[in-house]
Design a protein around this ligand. Structure first.
Ligand SMILES: [Cu+2]
Length: 153
């Protein structure tokens, strides 16, 4: 049989191992907790609305309306081919649209996109004019400041 001092030493060793196990376990536990990085699901820019979808085969144009201005004054497309304009109205509470005209005086409308109130992204789809040449686009709300050349090739 074991002598009493052997039992005592055995118990000491057992308790030491148990104590070490608890310490190591708690350190390991907190380490693995620290490694858990909370993931934030990607948020759609338009809240709950699905992102506008592109039209396959169409000329893709990105157009931004911000601070009462377009981000470009020059756009182009291929004659008689579909055009898909991803229109990003970034002005909160402000009406903007994209409209295409045949003349510099903006009297002959070819396409007039629906007015949008920002911030919102809309897709406008229409067929480019069948005749190549210079056309004119604008926002129908901001006639003087949001205008540009639309070249059909
Ligand atoms: Cu506008």
């Amino acid at each position: 049989m074991f002598k009493s001092w052997q039992v005592f030493v055995f118990c000491l060793v057992f308790l030491a191992l148990l104590f070490a196990g608890v310490i190591i376990g708690s350190i390991h536990g907190s380490d693995s907790e620290a490694q858990v990085i909370p993931t934030v699901p990607p948020r759609a820019e338009n809240g709950d609305k699905p992102a506008p979808t592109a039209v396959p085969g169409a000329t893709q144009i990105d157009l931004v309306a911000e601070n009462l201005l377009f981000d470009t004054s020059s756009l182009s497309a291929t004659a008689a081919q579909p055009v898909s304009i991803l229109f990003d109205n970034r002005d909160a509470g402000v009406l903007h649209n994209f409209a295409l005209y045949a003349d510099r005086g903006y009297t002959q409308a070819i396409f007039q996109g629906e007015l949008t109130t920002g911030p919102v992204t809309t897709t406008y789809t229409f067929d480019a004019p069948s005749t190549a040449g210079g056309y004119f686009f604008r926002c129908d709300v901001h006639l003087d400041t949001m205008t540009g050349q639309f070249t059909v090739n």
